[in-house]
Design a protein around this ligand. Structure first.
Ligand code: PPS
Length: 345
C-alpha cells in the first residue's frame, strides 16, 4: 500500500469482484442465513446480519486491511446503522474537514454526500476487477465495531459513531425499503411483523442494540478514538456538535473563523431542508447504489415513529430497549412528556 496524497491510499486488490460467484458461494454456504421482512437475504457474518450482497466486499476489505497492516495509516471512519443520519454526518464531516478550503467545501452544493464520503462496501463495488483500489482516508461503514478490521482498531484511526432513536431508525428504514421496492417479488410484511423482526435483531447490520453498545463501550474505553453521537443531540444543538466533531478530529475552527460565522454556515448548508432542496439531490437521475438521491431525504424529524406505531407498541419496545441496554449508561428518550402519559384509544 502506498500513500498517494493526503486523503488517499491505495490497496492492491487481492480478490476480484469477478470471482464473486465462486468465492461467495463457498463462503456463504458456511454462514447462517435468514430473510429480512422485505424478503432480502441476510447472512450472519462476524456476528451481525449482513446483507448478502455486501458479504464479499466486506471480506475483501478485511483481507486487504490485514495484509497492509504494516503500512496502515490513520483513517477517519464514520460508523452508523443504516437510516441513523449517515447522509447528514457525511455532509457535516466533509464540510468540517474541508473548512479551510472553500473550493473543496463547495462540492457539497453539487454532489450528494454519499459521493463525497463513500461506504467501504461501495468502494469495493465500484472498483474494476484486478485493478488498484483507491481507498480514501475518510470512509463510512455500517459494520459493527467488533467486525471492523482489527488493524483499524489497533491503529490511531478516529471513529465517529452516530446512532438514533431506534424506533425512528426502524420507521425510516421501513419507508426507505418500501419506496425503493427492495422487496422485489415478496409481499412486504406488515409494520408490526417488521417490528417483531427488528426486536429479534434481524435487520441489516443488526442486532441494533449490539451495534450501538459495541461503539458505546469503545467510546468509553477510548474517547479520543471513538466519538459517540446521537442524532437527537445533534438536532438539539448542531452548532455545538460541529465544534465537538472538529475538536475530536483535530481541526478546530479558529476564533476568526468562528466570528465570521463559519460554523453557522456549515450548520445551515448541512441542514435537512437545505440539502434536500439542492438541485443535485432533487435530480431524478441522480443515484447512489441504485437509490435515488432524493430517497436519502425523507422527513428528517425526531419522533416520526408516533405517526406509524401505537403508544402501547412503543411502550413495550421501550421496556425491551431498556433491558437490552441494561446498566451500560446508554439511554434513549423515545417519548415526549405528553406521549409518556398517553394511552392508545
Ligand atoms: S443511509 O441510507 O443509511 O445512508 O440513510 P441515513 O442517511 O443514515 O438516514 C436517512 C435519514 O436521515 C434523514 N436525513 C437528515 N436528517 C437531518 N438532517 C439532514 N441533513 C438529513 N439528511 C437526511 C433522512 O431524512 C432519513 O430520516 P427519515 O426519518 O426517514 O426522514
Amino acid at each position: 500500500m502506498k500513500k498517494v496524497e493526503n486523503l488517499e491510499t491505495i490497496f492492491i486488490a487481492t480478490t476480484s469482484i469477478d470471482d464473486q460467484p465462486k468465492v461467495e458461494e463457498e463462503l456463504l454456504e458456511k454462514l447462517t442465513q435468514t430473510k429480512n421482512w422485505d424478503g432480502r437475504l441476510l447472512h450472519k457474518y462476524k456476528g451481525f446480519w449482513c446483507p448478502t450482497r455486501l458479504v464479499l466486499p466486506l471480506v475483501s476489505i478485511e483481507k486487504q486491511f490485514q495484509s497492509d497492516y504494516e503500512n496502515i495509516i490513520d483513517f477517519i471512519i464514520l460508523a452508523t446503522l443504516p437510516k441513523s443520519g449517515t447522509t447528514w454526518l457525511k455532509a457535516l464531516i466533509f464540510s468540517i474537514i474541508n473548512h479551510h478550503d472553500h473550493h473543496q467545501k463547495s462540492q457539497l452544493l453539487t454532489s450528494n454526500p454519499h459521493e463525497l464520503i463513500r461506504f467501504d462496501f461501495d468502494i469495493m463495488y465500484k472498483t474494476p476487477p484486478q485493478s488498484s483500489i483507491i481507498f480514501p482516508k475518510i470512509f463510512a461503514t455500517h459494520s459493527p465495531y467488533d467486525a471492523l478490521p482489527s488493524s483499524i482498531q489497533q491503529s490511531h484511526s478516529k471513529i465517529i459513531y452516530l446512532c438514533r432513536n431506534p424506533l425512528d431508525q426502524f420507521i425510516s428504514t421501513r419507508f426507505f425499503v418500501l419506496e425503493n421496492n427492495f422487496e422485489g417479488e415478496n409481499e412486504p410484511s406488515t409494520i408490526e411483523e417488521a417490528l417483531e423482526m427488528f426486536i429479534k435483531g434481524i435487520h441489516p447490520f443488526g442486532p441494533f442494540w449490539k451495534h450501538m453498545l459495541g461503539y458505546w463501550y469503545a467510546s468509553l474505553k477510548d474517547p479520543k478514538k471513538v466519538l459517540f453521537l446521537k442524532y437527537e443531540d445533534i438536532k438539539g444543538d448542531t452548532l455545538l456538535y460541529v465544534k465537538k466533531i472538529a475538536e475530536f478530529l483535530g481541526c478546530s475552527f479558529s476564533k476568526e473563523e468562528e466570528e465570521n460565522g463559519m460554523i453557522e454556515d456549515i450548520v445551515r448548508i448541512c441542514s435537512f431542508e437545505y440539502l434536500k432542496n439542492l438541485e443535485v439531490n432533487k435530480d431524478p437521475s441522480g443515484e447512489f447504489m441504485n437509490v435515488k438521491y432524493s430517497s436519502f431525504f425523507r422527513k428528517g424529524q425526531m419522533g416520526d415513529w408516533a405517526n406509524h406505531l401505537t403508544i402501547s407498541l412503543a411502550k413495550s419496545f421501550d421496556e425491551f430497549l431498556k433491558e437490552k441496554l441494561g446498566d451500560s449508561g446508554l439511554t434513549f428518550e423515545i417519548f415526549t412528556s405528553t406521549q409518556e402519559h398517553a394511552h392508545d384509544d
